[in-house]
Design a binder for this molecule. Structure first.
Ligand code: ZN
Ligand code: ZN
Length: 255
């Protein structure tokens, strides 16, 4: 997706940056990598969008509309045109009526942090329609925090244990923020939203088999691994987890 903001005066790059930030917080643009270049007198950014029509006006929320109006006042207009499908992203969910969703991301993920529980395809945020004068800043912040923790635990050098703990335990600040996002999105969608608790290492397979839901202490082992990642699910508490990666069979980890 190319976004152009002519003409090259009145700080168009600044307005384009603010506009892209508003689109990101509304789920219409993914990630934060959007180098801005000059092309034929226009500021142009190449961005990743969840779908070919993600930048349609009908999906704009309060803040996106505000950015457009403010830019227009100084003679700047935004135009966009799709380039083509992204080559390295998971296939978007095409289910007509997903039964539930899960908040899920990793340090490698570029797509929306909302996944369909039925097909595990990414689902854009904007169709959930934030209330007036709101956006999905909380969800985008959670995604950014989660990815930061995942980076730290993958790199194994700085704050590895602390980062892993944030991703793994239910009473961490990261889990609390993520579960609050799930509750708000669930209210907007009228569907269950699940939160995933990462499980890195376990002491033994026997102890792993005895794990209980950390919120209600109920049984939560699934009969089979779901979407190559989830082995445990509590439908009461809307939580998901995996069997410890160090105790899984070699081919189990398709994460
Ligand atoms: Zn789906
Ligand atoms: Zn539970």
């Amino acid at each position: 997706m190319r976004l152009a903001a002519p003409p090259p005066d009145n700080e168009p790059a600044g307005h384009l940056n603010v506009f892209l930030g508003a689109l990101r917080n509304n789920g219409q643009v993914c990630g934060t990598d959007w180098p801005i270049v000059m092309d034929n007198g226009c500021c142009v950014a190449t961005v990743l969008a969840p779908a070919a029509d993600s930048l349609d006006e009908r999906y704009h929320g309060t803040y996106v509309r505000k950015c457009i109006a403010e830019a227009r006042q100084v003679g700047i207009t935004f135009a966009c045109s799709p380039i083509g499908p992204a080559c390295d992203c998971a296939d978007a969910c095409a289910c007509a009526n997903p039964s539930a969703y899960v908040l899920f991301t990793t340090f490698l993920t570029l797509e929306s942090p909302v996944r369909c529980m039925d097909c595990f395809g990414p689902v854009p945020l904007y169709p959930f329609t934030a209330r007036p004068n709101a956006d999905f800043h909380d969800v985008i912040s959670w995604q950014s925090d989660y990815q930061s923790c995942d980076h730290l635990q993958m790199n194994c050098t700085v704050l590895e244990r602390a980062a892993t703990r944030q991703m793994s335990v239910i009473d961490s600040a990261l889990a609390a923020a993520g579960r609050a996002c799930c509750a708000r999105l669930s209210e907007l969608a009228g569907k269950p939203f699940y939160y995933y608790l990462y499980r890195d290492k376990g002491r033994s397979a026997a102890r792993e088999a005895q794990r209980r839901c950390p919120a209600c202490d109920g049984p939560w082992h699934l009969p089979a691994t779901l979407h190559g990642c989830f082995d445990l699910r509590c439908d009461n508490c809307r939580l998901l987890s995996n069997l410890a990666f160090n105790l899984r069979r070699p081919n189990d980890d398709s994460r």
